[in-house]
Ligand binder design. Sequence first.
Ligand SMILES: [Mn+2]
Length: 420
Amino acid sequence: MREIKFSLVSLFFCILVYLAHFTCASKFITIFMFFKKLKDIGRNTLKIIHCADLHLDSSLTANFNAGQTKERKLELINSFERLLRYADENLVDAVIIAGDLFDKPIVSKTTKNIVLDGITRLKDIDFYYLKGNHDEFNSLDQLRNLPENLHLFNNEWQTYTAFSSDYYDITISGKELTSRDSNLDLEGLELEASDFNIVCLHGQLTGYESKKDDINIPLNGLVGKNIDYLALGHIHKESVGEIDSRGIYAYSGALEGRGFDELGEKGFILLNIDEENHSFTHEFIPFAKRTLEEVWVDITDAYTSLDVIELATEAINEANIPKTSLIKLVLVGEVLVEADINENVIKRHFENDFFYIKIVNDSRFKLNISDYAHEESLKGEFVRLIATDKELSNKDKMQIINIGIKALTNDLGKQDYEIN
Ligand SMILES: [Mn+2]
């Protein structure tokens, strides 16, 4: 609908230019404001982005080298910049940031400026930013000259009338839950049944597996509150579910994955609200510059590092992983104790193919205890001693034997320990 709006606006602009010859500046402004309001007539779809958990200025120290950390930090900021460009180019009307825009209380000057400057430049888009547990304390609140199109929340319920149509209002409400005050106080949330109501919160919906220190949002408390869309932040994986017969909740997930506990596509949710019939659609838009992927490789029967490289290449190709990704290669299966598998060689092989690769060797040694029944060696003695122990569980026996054999065959070098 914004296309129609633009053609209308350009037509009116021509008239305005013509009128400007005849009118004084103040009248010109009045007429301009009139046409600015007029442009809202005739449109019937509103586009709203729901994003969360951008964690700008995250330290990202785990696993990366210094160069990768610096690059990835810049990419997180760049993704926010890209999101602003997307909103502008796709004629989005509002952006909801459901918490954890920043990773820490202290935000770099550059990051703060990019956020504020970026929002200021998009005057036609309203930003609704609710703080999360990571950015509960940040300096935006203390700034005097916040952009006019940036709307904040606090620890009391606050409802903004984001848009008004001939039919009803579209409201955006929120309450910041903090470590000091995590009481949802649902009695303070009153929404008109006739409006289209969006509620924004940052925390853990109960029903999810929750950590001890999490800020919980009991889903059953939100039933019957006239919520159409609950825009949530805190869980970094996108998910959507039902609140009641009227509304749905959604976690947009993070905009970029930062560690191997945040695998797969990351992005935001785009809402299209049809003003005329009070309906809306929601769509997950994958947006991350890079994704983190986990690839499991069964290396059973591999004997050398090159065997593993061959198997891993197959698995990576099959998973169709882009070169921009960060990969965790998990080696599983059972290998012979005599096999020589060097993780550094494998890592180096793939290092230039991807942004980052991590090798986790979860494979186990293959061992047939009966093979050692008659072996006259320290190894044989050791295996028999552990295998016949009556106190140890089978699992423990295998582990002890694996470690012992590894020590005897690899770490103790090429010395001959055979008993004569
Ligand atoms: Mn959070």
